[in-house]
Write a protein that binds this ligand. Sequence first.
Ligand code: SF4
Length: 428
Amino acid sequence: MFCYQCEQTAGGKGCTKVGVCGKDEDIQSLQDILVFGLKGIAAYAYHARGLGHKDEQVDAFMHEALFSTLTNVNFDLNRHLELVLSAGRINLRIMEMLNNAHTATFGHPAPAIVPRGTKAGSGIVVTGHDLPALYKLLRQTRGKDINIYTHGEILPAHGYPELRKFRHLAGNYGTAWQNQKKEFDEFPGAILVTTNCVMIPKDSYKDRMFTCGIAGVAGVKHIENQDFSRVIEKALSQPALSENPQGTLSTGFHYTVVLGMADKIVEAVKTGKIRRFFFIGGCDGAKPGRNYYTEFAEKVPKDCVILTAACGKYRFNDQEFGDIDGIPRLIDTGQCNDCYGVIQIALALAKVFECSVNELPLSLVVSWYEQKAVAILLTLLHLGIKNIKLGPTLPAFVSPNVLNILVEKYNISPIGNVDEDLSEMLGK
Ligand code: SF4
């Protein structure tokens, strides 16, 4: 990378500084965190804007924050820290706006039991996060004898009234994004990618894969203006899917649904029937260490409730967790942006119990992979939420000094051994 301050390649012969442009590694680290967070905020803002929801404060912050990362403009560590936490505040605002955009357009989600696997007949599997694209596809495939399946992060679509009303929204196929190569290879129908996360496709299914909206892959046909006729043609020309039921998944626990059970939940906490809540979720990925989240969910004691969001839930959402007095032990609040709902649940419980979120019987076990997860993490820090366990590894762009600040101020720590982490959280 070229350093504009000493006018040579950063880190090359004669470079005396760590990082670029004479910035020390802590400034560089905070700028990296900020830029990653901004990318996440931009994703949510893009989706909200697509549904007609915009916000001047969000736009203004994006401009200020990006400007602050320009060469030789801001060498103040504390100002960078403030900006990073402000990014968390703005991300909360944009997640709220996206929540409002989704519910205004598609109604308030309700719990849904979603069939897994495939039904006999033609099919299209849809992956990504873009609910309006799915809606358009559902409208355009009505009466055409094509079943539509969700994949990965778009599973929560089944909870929204305006989406679930389409009877050919048949179920969920597959798991999280990192398994696309195997799962799409085995899916004989058409494949529609609406956003990230997309794996570079294998040749075996490239010709029946399509991108739309922000997504794009070289050599894969891109759909313009949400006219999905080419996807439909491809689905109808492909061999039929076989009848292959694989149980069910549950989703659709919008925070308003959970707050609707507040009396029951509070009573269960007061009587000791619910000992603790665990938020286990975030982005999934391919690293082997992510089995931690499966093992953790499996070992959560039977008198505890698991809240989840984003695609990290595919590590455990195929398992039967049962309920506590009618309160499901696994509560899927939705996509990564629906971490907004998890925050609303935590704030509401804190209000009822007249304590801070940090004093609630609530532990957060977060998996991170990409930029939206960084934005959500910044939101949790902006809210002053402590004791988060983060994995599968700590982000490489966090410098030792910045990590020290996070540890000292928020007691954030990496995931470790499941039994030890669980004991620590349960206060044993
Ligand atoms: S939750 Fe994160 S990793 Fe998963 S699909 Fe969404 S953006 Fe990608």
